[in-house]
Design a protein around this ligand. Structure first.
Ligand code: PAP
Length: 327
């Protein structure tokens, strides 16, 4: 078996540990620590869990990222539908720029993750060249967003997903990107970790609640969406997103079939079958195909035991019901 630094070189670059700043290393040594899903450790910073490399990026984002009032920020807990939301919003706000959606649209040749960067990971390199209004994303909990994001009038769209599907999707994804030589995190152990809140940017429930509460308080700032509802009524929600971003579809656009065109372009079936998403990698070296698995609601029924379902449902009810939120 290889040691952990040998395994590091088989991970995407952004998960390799040698670039972590001295400040971050010092901070890491003071934080609560748990066994990681992918890397040996995860660390709890201001109530949320991170692997060391991402915490390094999060700290520099918090320190230096400057939001503009016109920015659009897409936020998800990992595996809640980030790729889909990125595609939809990119296509929506650029619909005048690329009217010929079936022929020369960037989504036909570029993975949504390379069109919409993460401010908590990529901003140092990419954010100077991004055109306005800037569209970018984050997995950060509301509490940890850079101050300028909270203070500005920029718009935040949050997409969440049933924690059971979120866990199952995360489990599959981690196993795909894990170096082949590394020891897998056993399913039961991963479930245990997830339920105790120890998952990327978790606790999952606190992540969701932060944005849910903010959306109730300030609905012009934060739009709160559920993956399951979007799957059921995608046209309704795409139009709602357009209204939220103050670029509603005109009657003429609707009658031209613009809403359906965008939904078709961004559908799981279309995106997952594009050459770019079958054989290429993102700029941060993850195979694009790993972001497309099933794209359905309810796959948890195939993996979770009755006890697991009861456990996770109980946590969800306990945490969410008193805030008027349910799945
Ligand atoms: P990320 O947070 O790491 O970027 P994210 O896109 O949220 O990943 O997670 C991928 C999930 O979204 C996968 O779910 P699954 O494992 O349950 O299948 C993936 O299949 C699903 N997904 C990707 N693209 C789409 C799409 N266009 N429509 C619906 N679901 C999608």
């Amino acid at each position: 078996m290889e040691n952990s630094s040998d395994q590091d070189t088989h991970l995407p670059k952004y998960l390799q540990q040698h670039d972590i700043s001295q400040d971050c290393k010092e901070l890491l040594s003071t934080l609560p620590i748990e066994k990681g899903w992918l890397k040996p450790t995860m660390h709890q910073y201001q109530g949320f869990w991170f692997c060391p490399t991402r915490l390094h990026c999060v700290l520099s984002c918090q320190k230096s990222f400057q939001a503009f009032d016109t920015d659009i920020l897409l936020v998800t807990a990992p595996k809640s539908g980030t790729t889909w939301l990125k595609a939809l919003t990119f296509a929506l706000i650029n619909r005048n720029k690329y009217p010929n959606i079936h022929i020369n649209h960037p989504l036909l040749t570029t993975n949504p993750h390379d069109l919409v960067p993460f401010c908590d990971r990529d901003f140092v390199s990419d954010f100077k060249t991004i055109s306005h209004p800037r569209l970018y994303s984050s997995h950060l909990p509301y509490e940890l967003l850079p101050k300028s994001v909270k203070d500005s009038t920029c718009k935040v769209i949050y997409l969440c997903r049933d924690p059971k599907d979120n866990f199952v999707s995360l489990w599959h994804f981690i196993n795909k990107i894990r170096p082949k030589s590394s020891i897998a995190f056993p399913f039961e152990e991963a479930f245990e970790s997830f339920c105790r809140g120890v998952s990327f940017f978790g606790p999952f429930w606190e992540h969701v609640l932060g944005y849910w509460k903010k959306s109730l308080e300030s609905s012009e700032k934060v739009m709160f969406l559920k993956y399951e509802e979007m799957k059921m009524k995608p046209d309704f929600y795409l139009k709602e997103i357009a209204k939220f971003l103050e670029c509603p579809f005109s009657k003429e656009e609707e009658s031209r079939g613009m809403v359906d065109d965008i939904l078709n372009l961004c559908s799981f079936e279309k995106l997952s079958n594009l050459e770019v998403n079958k054989i290429e990698k993102t700029s941060y070296e993850i195979e694009n195909k790993f972001f497309f698995r099933l794209g359905q609601v309810g796959d948890w029924k195939n993996l979770l035991t009755t006890d697991m379902i009861e456990r996770i449902n109980t946590i969800t009810e306990k945490k969410f019901v008193k805030h008027g939120l349910s799945f």
